[in-house]
Design a binder for this molecule. Structure first.
Ligand SMILES: Nc1ncnc2c1ncn2[C@@H]1O[C@H](COP(=O)(O)OS(=O)(=O)O)[C@@H](OP(=O)(O)O)[C@H]1O
Length: 290
């Protein structure tokens, strides 16, 4: 098999991070003061981050779909550790007045002090690992920064098995965050629930953040968040990002549950099932795969 591993300088604390995510940004994040009312969306890549960010922003902004259609999502909920266009999400955030809405793909270790202080509201997004990995595989293919990954699905699966994947191993990542899931300032949102009962999820997020939205606004948000609407909305579909080649695979690709059935062998599926049963379920979390 060809060597698809990343260069050594991309590895920090046993986790692969893009080279522009520097140790300096990470140490600044460790000491960043998060205050009452701030909201941190924490997700492993490809678990519905964008979908959840858009939902959270709309809940916090009284369902203002006009504004969300005219301002890029990265400007509304900065991606803390990522350096886009010469500045990190943290720098973008610091120009805004609080309360701060922010997103991270880092494991919880970086934010231990802020989590334990209990002020920031944390929303952890999760999706079943099989669909997550398939989505990640296509993301690697369309991402110019990742050399438009040329390997096969099997090659990609092997990379994940050796944990040599952006943001590290799915299971390790969720072990780090799910230990906090029962804290009062933490809410867990499942991608599959956003599919099956979006109005309830909007209400759960609203209650968690102390917002009370009328039914007509909830209905507007549900419509705005449909896959068809988001795929054609340039403020969320990442079509303006030059690092992504949407012709290879669109950022909003299929948006389905169970697409993994088209990729996984029985052996690959068994490997993921085993980790799911030994790592995720004992943490009190069950996920839908179909
Ligand atoms: N509205 C809506 N409905 C259903 N599914 C949606 C929606 N918005 C985003 N998605 C799907 O989420 C996947 C992208 O995940 P992320 O946003 O976490 O990607 S990233 O980490 O920010 O790069 C990616 O999944 P796949 O289609 O399976 O690749 C997106 O299609």
């Amino acid at each position: 098999m060809a060597d698809y591993r990343f260069p050594g300088e991309w590895i920090k604390d046993d986790m692969v991070l893009q080279e522009n995510i520097t140790s300096e940004i990470i140490s600044r994040l460790e000491s960043f003061d998060m205050i009452q009312g701030d909201v941190l969306v924490a997700t492993y890549p490809k678990t519905g981050t964008t979908w959840l960010q858009e939902l959270v922003w709309l809940v916090c902004n009284n369902g203002d779909t006009n504004k969300s259609r005219s301002v890029n999502l990265n400007a509304r909920i900065p991606y803390l550790e990522c350096n886009i266009g010469g500045e990190s999400g943290l720098e973008i955030l610091q120009r805004k007045s609080p309360p701060h809405l922010m997103m991270t793909h880092l494991r919880s270790d970086t934010f231990r002090t802020q989590i334990e202080a209990g002020k920031v509201n944390i929303i952890i997004g999760i999706r079943n690992p099989k669909d997550t990995l398939v989505s990640f595989y296509h993301f690697y293919r369309m991402n110019r920064n990742l050399g438009n990954f040329k390997g096969s699905w099997d090659d990609f699966f092997e990379l994940h098995k050796t944990k040599h994947i952006l943001c590290g191993d799915y299971f390790q990542w969720y072990s780090s965050w799910l230990q906090y899931k029962d804290k009062p300032n933490v809410l867990l949102v499942k991608y599959e629930d956003m599919h099956s009962r979006m109005p309830d999820i909007i209400k759960d997020v609203s209650n968690f953040l102390g917002k009370d939205l009328p039914q007509n606004i909830i209905d507007d948000i549900v419509r705005h968040l449909s896959f068809d609407n988001m795929s054609t909305n340039n403020m969320v579909n990442r079509s303006i990002m030059t690092t992504f080649d949407n012709k290879i695979s669109p950022f909003l690709r299929k948006g389905k549950i169970g697409d993994w059935n088209n990729y996984f062998s029985k052996e690959q599926s068994d490997i993921i099932d085993k980790s799911y049963k030994t790592i995720i379920e004992p943490l009190g979390v069950t996920l839908s795969f179909e």
